[in-house]
Design a protein. Structure first.
Length: 217
């Protein structure tokens, strides 16, 4: 019966209606980005730890360089984490002088004698780190790549490390600006502001620069 109906429709020049095609809806990507619903550069595919699609300068477009940039960010983040912990620890323990004045202090071991030692030690360590990175593509210490004595090397920990490193870099810049503008450490500045929120704030310190520089603010 269906065949006869089809033949009659064909003979009369009328085509049977096409079968409806199923509609396929593609769910939006669940990938986290630095700004919700922001476009992600094509060269950032989310494979690197801490990749949230943020690259306004396009530094990651070179596949040969992006790994090195990632290593540089991680290294600077580690230094920043140590610096932030040291600055806050020094202030909590009451160690003097303040961290931003430590370079002017006289030590038993003269600075001029420390410089060549630092050059030799840090030069050796950084050279080994660079050589190991070129050979293995990962961070390490001397001949251990990766350097993981605590057995914590994992994708989850890599993301946590880069997040904390980025936060520490921002914190260190804040500590430096605060020391320059207020001549206080992070904890001292916080305590002063909490004790007098209206009187001790950024407006006060900016408008009382002479007193700040004299140490009487």
């Amino acid at each position: 019966m269906a065949s006869l109906l089809k033949m009659k429709l064909s003979a009369s020049g009328v085509r049977p209606a096409a079968a409806a095609r199923p509609v396929v809806r593609v769910a939006a990507s669940t990938r986290s980005t630095w700004l919700p619903e922001s476009p992600v550069p094509s060269h950032l595919d989310g494979s690197m730890p801490g990749d949230y699609g943020f690259d306004p300068l396009g530094l990651g477009q070179s596949a040969d360089r992006v790994k090195w940039y990632q290593e540089a960010e991680k290294t600077n983040g580690r230094w920043a984490m140590m610096a932030v912990a040291g600055i806050m620890g020094q202030e909590l323990l009451g160690v003097t002088p303040a961290w931003y004045e430590a370079g002017a202090k006289e030590y038993d071991f003269p600075v001029i004698a420390q410089v060549p030692i630092l050059f030799l030690v840090m030069g050796f360590l950084e050279t080994k780190r660079f050589q190991g990175f070129k050979e293995t593509g990962t961070s390490g210490f001397i001949n251990s790549y990766p350097f993981d004595p605590a057995g914590m090397n994992s994708t989850t920990m890599a993301v946590k490390e880069i997040k904390n490193g980025r936060l520490a870099m921002i914190a260190f810049v804040g500590f430096a600006v605060q020391a320059l503008a207020t001549r206080t450490g992070p904890i001292e500045g916080l305590m002063k502001h909490m004790a007098d929120p209206v009187g001790k704030n950024i407006t006060y310190y900016v408008t009382h620069t002479p007193e700040v520089l004299a140490g009487t603010a």
